[in-house]
Write a protein that binds this ligand. Structure first.
Ligand SMILES: Cc1cc2nc3c(=O)[nH]c(=O)nc-3n(C[C@H](O)[C@H](O)[C@H](O)COP(=O)(O)O)c2cc1C
Length: 359
């Protein structure tokens, strides 16, 4: 099956990229991640000075990662003299992540240009005015011939306006999304946030942010015909297909590799053909943008239908029903007067015995 995609004239053998972060933080890490079969490389964000990273800087549960990392702990000189020359022979497109201000970008691009197939500009910007970001993109696109992608902070009040402004300023596309924050995590073992950052605040990513990322990618793609690299919460091949369906041309993943292990990249790539085939697609390109049609709100109430062949009488539907409409004994009774048609029972049923509500 053809898993390849093309964005801004660059061909990727498959759509899964490592999102900017510690796993692409120097040449040996990049080499290892490349060996797992990813479609391209996105480096850790390089800025004008090495980051002074507080420690500890990463904690995780099964559902999320919270980090207090900043950008690369290595300065641009180390990247240019040592890391980037060593990964030159890796035959994958290399997207170099850079940050943050207009002055830093202007200073960084000339030294990195030779090693880059494209640039991704990262941002920690949480302001509401898009103009300073658009200006950074404008400056970047004037000094490089490479495509420039702008990474979107989920804090932007209007992602569509953001995407429009940065592509009008010359960006080849957007990368959505960065981690969200500030967030605070209490580790029971220490009774407070374990992060070494000021006051213990960090930024959240991983499976819990996937619906936020999917929504932002979909809203941008419903409004604009521009390339979007979808990032946020991907943990398996089905998640990749979800992002493709809402219009992403490629995807980035980091946190699930931190939660479940780096081999997650390989597992996802190995599972991608199957995941696409199960949804009736015969290539990655086939899947892109298939879930973009706009729909009206619906108000019809549909009651759950129980398949007693599949039901194990586990009672979860009864326990969770917010409208007290289900009773389970040796069979399942649905009180159609009380049932609100909310859909929760069907989405929580562990055996797929409930249908008819979500349709
Ligand atoms: C430990 C860690 C370090 C990160 N470092 C960077 C970075 O240097 N530059 C950047 O643009 N995003 C950085 N991110 C954000 C990720 O690239 C990504 O946008 C975000 O984590 C959402 O994707 P995920 O849920 O697959 O991790 C970092 C995230 C984590 C967890």
């Amino acid at each position: 099956m053809d898993l390849s995609i093309e964005i801004a004239g660059i061909r990727f053998k498959n759509p899964l990229l490592p999102a900017a972060g510690p796993l692409t933080g120097d040449d040996s890490k990049i080499e290892y991640i490349a060996s797992l079969g990813v479609g391209g490389i996105v480096t850790k964000t390089i800025s004008s000075k090495p980051a002074k990273v507080p420690r500890p800087c990463i904690v995780a549960t099964r559902d999320y990662v919270i980090n207090a990392e900043l950008w690369s702990e290595y300065g641009p000189e180390r990247w240019i003299d040592e890391f980037l020359p060593k990964i030159r022979d890796i035959k994958l497109p290399k997207i170099i992540s850079i940050g943050y201000t207009r002055e830093q970008i202007e200073w960084l691009i000339p030294g990195l240009e030779d090693f880059a197939d494209a640039f991704e500009i990262s941002t920690h910007y949480v302001g509401k005015d898009i103009a300073p970001i658009a200006e950074v993109v404008n400056v970047a696109t004037k000094i490089t011939k490479r495509p420039v992608f702008m990474k979107l902070s989920p804090h932007m009040p209007d992602p569509v306006e953001f995407a429009r402004a940065v592509t009008d300023a010359g960006a080849a596309g957007v990368v959505a999304i960065n981690s969200l924050g500030p967030v605070y995590h209490i580790e029971s073992k220490v009774g407070r946030s374990p992060l070494g950052s000021k006051d213990g605040y960090g930024w959240i990513s991983g499976p819990v942010i996937k619906p936020v990322a999917l929504s932002i990618v979909r809203r941008i793609k419903q409004a604009l015909d521009i390339p979007v690299i979808g990032v946020g919460g991907i943990k398996d091949a089905d998640d990749v297909v979800d992002f493709l369906e809402v219009g992403a041309s490629a995807v980035g993943m980091l946190s699930s590799a931190l939660i479940f292990g780096k081999e997650q990249y390989k597992r996802i790539i190995n599972g991608l053909e199957d995941a696409l085939r199960r949804r009736g697609y015969s290539s990655v390109k086939d899947a892109i943008g298939n879930k973009l049609s706009k729909e009206e709100a619906k108000y019809e109430v549909r009651n759950p239908v129980i398949d007693m062949e599949k039901c194990t009488l586990c009672k979860l539907c009864e326990y969770v029903c917010p409208y007290f409409a289900i009773r389970v004994s040796d069979h399942v009774e649905v009180n159609s007067d009380a049932c609100f048609g909310c859909g929760l029972c069907e989405s929580r049923c562990p055996t797929g015995a409930i249908s008819g509500v979500l349709v």
